[in-house]
Write a protein of this length. Structure first.
Length: 262
């Protein structure tokens, strides 16, 4: 194996949303691999224009604004821009983000981030917020329709005023699903990657028991973090998970597996 191209000759199925999969695919190519991109889910706005004034009023009263994903941050800023809502870096609201990528996206839009947990999972963010949020603080969690209620379930019993704003919906990507069906007829994969539990469920609904046959052909399933791994476990699919729950962590894990199998 070429040490400089640890994924040389490896076929990697990327099931991530197409807007986010391109950079993942380029990194795979840079390591010598061949990415096959099949977007299984897509995202659409969930909050109507009629709710803009109420959203702005709630935002103005918020002491802590919490983002649990990059998608939540993207839809948040898009909604502000689309409805002329002002939210500057000088605003009194503090900001918490579940991971460094989400935090970086927010900072790039000139908004300071006050809290990022060491582990990029909602449970860690909820525990960190318990130490920071005041008893009289108002907390707003920005999320998608499939987002878990971990932060609310953790803070609400403490008497903290917490609300959830559903800014986007996760829906199946019909074009990507069709591509997966066709690709699976003719291709075999060395790695299948998942970056969310919703993608796992969509994938398994399409492939059903056929995916287990891939394990017999030494296909390695790679999950980005604990929740994604748990979703695969539900279907009896073992997977490898990186120590750092990021795309780069997944790449490192695939390179390590490839090196062991050389």
């Amino acid at each position: 194996m070429n040490d400089h191209l640890p994924l040389q000759g490896k076929q990697v199925l990327v099931t991530r949303h197409k807007a986010q999969a391109r950079s993942f695919g380029k990194k795979i190519e840079a390591l010598g691999g061949r990415p096959i991109l099949t977007s299984l889910i897509s995202f659409r706005p969930a909050m109507s224009s009629k709710e803009a004034s109420f959203f702005q009023a709630d935002l103005e009263q918020t002491d802590w604004l919490v983002f649990t994903s990059v998608n939540g941050a993207k839809f948040f800023f898009s909604y502000l821009e689309g409805h002329g809502i002002s939210f500057s870096a000088q605003h009194r609201t503090k900001v918490a983000a579940v991971g460094e990528k989400t935090a970086r996206y927010i900072r790039d839009r000139h908004l300071a981030v006050d809290l990022v947990p060491d582990l990029y999972v909602a449970e860690q963010l909820a525990e960190a917020l318990k130490e920071k949020v005041g008893q009289n603080d108002k907390v707003m969690v920005v999320k998608g329709n499939l987002g878990r209620n971990v932060i609310k379930d953790t803070l609400a019993p403490l008497g903290i005023d917490i609300s959830e704003s559903i800014l986007y919906q996760t829906v199946p990507d019909s074009d990507g699903i069709l591509k997966l069906r066709e690709t699976a007829k003719f291709e075999s994969f060395d790695f299948v990657t998942f970056t969310s539990s919703s993608t796992v469920h969509t994938f398994m609904d399409i492939m059903k028991e056929d995916s287990k046959k891939w394990l017999e052909h030494q296909t390695a399933f790679i999950s980005i973090g604990p929740l994604t791994k748990q979703a695969l476990d539900q279907y009896g699919i073992p997977s490898f998970m990186p120590n750092v729950y990021t795309i780069d962590g997944m790449l490192d894990k695939m390179c390590s597996i490839s090196k062991k199998g050389e």
